[in-house]
Design a protein. Structure first.
Length: 486
RNA sequence: GGCCCCAUCGUCUAGUGGCCUAGGACGUAGCCCUCUCAAGGCUAAAACACGGGUUCGACUCCCGUUGGGGCCA
């Protein structure tokens, strides 16, 4: 029986929750839920200058939106600084670390020399050999010093859950600082101490931390703490194949939320970036993801973020949702867009749900829903140039068609009998010797201003007779003016 | 520059020595459906970076080259 899994997500609140972080969080969460383990949230706010309360809030909100919940935390790393210092001192006590009195100038000189020799810089270890009593003496005199970790000879190896056996020659690491001269603990120390204290069993994080790992393993070993399992997840790349960054545009999770992506689609998409269930499944529910997830199936190759696939997946998830669920989700967007008031929508819940049902198969995001739903509400519409060009090519013909349409609508009593409506319209067209198809298309522009809408009879039924009449009249007037100008 | 990671269609991936004339998905193109656009159905084009080994046999294992990326400086 192995110890229950405890994972953590440890963002630093110096920026919003970006896509890479979101996926790291997701993988941790999926692993915790898959194994029945626990997910700890730790905010690494030790960079006081750049960390803000707003960013912390934004990160928590992003996680919540994605449906990622935590069992422990949020803990704030800045609150355990004393702990980190104590750990550094304990290391010193155990002779696993030593005080280093080298000045900035001396270190700069060492570095410079290394560069001229075309070697990578590692600390020479000059202060390693200072006799302990002599070092204590100098410390007592408050001579400025850092605490350095004594890196042993040999190599540091671990079995990465993603990359397999990974090894580093300790000579390339060099005695690194764990406590700065101002008493501030260094990143690798803080992380290791926190992970130890939080009893983290599995560290799932980005590939960019691989080079920190040997240092952290060395620290665990020196502290006599169990070394967790590591899984280094490949990075997410932008379309230019470079590490995803602000350059690539909207990257905060909140941006995707605003654009109208569904959290279940977004997480589904993110899960498929660097991981696959091993079969041909693409669209997966939250539960399926949890069920199928495993560290072993994470690929070692970094993946390009493909918005088009996200859009498609979002459309898929949208189409599986009921009209009612969709209506509930988009309602605020209609209100924010000033299309309808909350009260109006509340009074027409059933109708609104019907409209959303009509429109959702041809929408990929919630924003699409707003755009396509808008014409169903009273008020003026704009005639889109591309629609006019395609279906109102000749204004005279278009007006002619619309007069037939007006005639038809005038005589049409049953606005809910779709098949009957179509039969009667076709019969009328036959009688007047006009193309039913052309008429419907011209009518579509009159009713919605666009060349895209649900079936014309569904559209009319949903709009209601009076709005349909009004729109046709407006269109005929508009076309009349066009003809005069020409 | 040093260290490290990675390498299958444009993109996400399946593939763990013979099942591969390399499968799926997004995207692209075409067809069907059709009042438009989607959705849906069908079809097509599209990849194992290169060179050496190992092996009866390599997309799969090893080495090198090249390329991409990351971290540190």
């Amino acid at each position: 029986m192995t110890a229950p899994v405890r994972v953590r997500f440890a963002p630093s609140p110096t920026g919003f929750l970006h896509v890479g972080g979101a996926r790291t969080a997701l993988f941790n969460w999926l692993w915790a839920r898959h194994t029945g383990g626990e997910f700890v949230l730790r905010i690494e706010d030790t960079d006081l200058e750049r960390s803000t309360k707003e960013m912390t809030t934004a990160i928590l909100e992003g996680l919540e939106w994605m449906g990622i919940d935590w069992d422990d935390g949020p803990h704030f790393q800045s609150r355990s600084r004393d702990n980190h210092r104590a750990a550094a001192l304990a290391l010193l006590e155990a002779k696993a670390a030593y005080p280093c009195f080298c000045t900035v100038e001396e270190l700069a000189a060492e570095r410079k020399a290394a560069i001229t020799r075309k070697e990578s810089y590692v600390y020479s270890g000059k202060c390693r050999t200072i006799a302990p009593d002599r070092a204590a003496e100098r410390r007592d005199k408050s001579e400025l010093h850092t605490i350095r970790f004594r890196v042993p000879f040999g190599e540091t190896v671990w079995i990465d859950a993603v990359h397999g056996p990974t090894r580093f020659d300790n000579r390339t690491i060099g005695d690194f600082i764990v406590l700065r001269s101002d008493g501030a603990p260094v990143y690798n120390l803080a992380v290791t101490v926190d992970d130890r204290d939080m009893r983290i069993t599995d560290v799932i994080r980005g590939d960019d931390h691989i080079s920190n790992t040997p240092k952290q393993i060395l620290l665990y070993q020196a502290m006599g703490a169990p070394v967790p399992r590591f899984a280094h997840v490949p990075l997410i790349l932008g379309p230019d194949k470079r590490k995803l960054s602000k350059r690539h545009g909207a990257l905060g999770v909140s941006a995707y939320q605003e654009q109208g992506y569904l959290p279940q689609a977004f997480t589904n998409f993110l899960a498929l970036l660097g991981w696959s269930p091993g079969d041909d499944r693409e669209m997966m529910s939250r539960a399926e993801l949890v069920e199928a997830f495993s560290l072993e199936r994470i690929t070692g190759k970094s993946a390009v973020f493909d918005v088009q696939k996200l859009e498609w997946l979002n459309g898929q998830h949208l189409s599986t949702m009921s009209g009612l669920a969709v209506a509930d989700l988009v309602r605020p967007r209609f209100i924010d867009a000033g299309i309808a008031t909350e009260k109006e929508l509340a009074e027409r819940t059933i109708w609104f749900t019907e409209v959303m049902t009509l429109v959702k198969t041809r929408s990929r995001t919630l924003e699409d829903l707003v755009v396509q739903g808008r014409p169903f509400f009273a008020g003026a519409i704009e005639y889109q140039p591309d629609a006019v060009k395609k279906f109102w090519k000749d204004p005279r013909v278009a007006r002619e068609l619309l007069s037939v349409a007006a005639n038809y609508v005038d005589g049409e009593a049953a606005f809910d009998d779709l098949e009957g409506m179509e039969a009667r319209l076709r019969a009328l067209c036959e009688q007047r010797d006009v193309s039913a198809g052309k008429l419907m298309q011209a009518l579509r522009v009159a009713l919605t201003g666009t060349r895209v809408s649900p079936g014309i009879f569904e559209t009319m039924a949903a709009m209601g007779k009076s709005l349909v009449v009004e729109r046709i009249e407006a269109a005929r007037e508009h076309l009349g003016r066009e003809i005069e100008v020409a």
